[in-house]
Design a protein around this ligand. Structure first.
Ligand SMILES: [Zn+2]
Length: 88
């Protein structure tokens, strides 16, 4: 019995956790959380792709898009980190 719990623990840490992190990060970048959950769950290393990819669209509370150069900045930044335009 404890052995089975250990195995489920491994599945949780090495598959479910990357899946959930991937789903959340994908959501903050305006991507489909379910699709990225499945991808990161089946192939945990792809969670790095999820983390480092560009946002797809601005998401309230997470990313703003610069009106001038169309690049994305973190929500808490008040000016574009690429061209310096003020973000509202
Ligand atoms: Zn800009």
């Amino acid at each position: 019995m404890p052995k089975e719990i250990m195995e489920w623990g491994y599945i949780g840490v090495f598959f479910l956790l990357p899946g959930l992190i991937g789903a959340w990060v994908a959501y903050t970048k305006g991507r489909n959380p379910l699709m990225w959950f499945l991808l990161n769950f089946c192939f945990p290393p792809t969670v790095m792709v999820t983390i480092f990819q560009r946002p797809l669209r601005p998401v309230d509370g997470h990313y703003r898009q610069c009106p001038k150069c169309r690049e994305f900045s973190k929500w808490r930044e008040t000016s574009c980190r690429f061209c310096g335009t003020e973000l509202s």
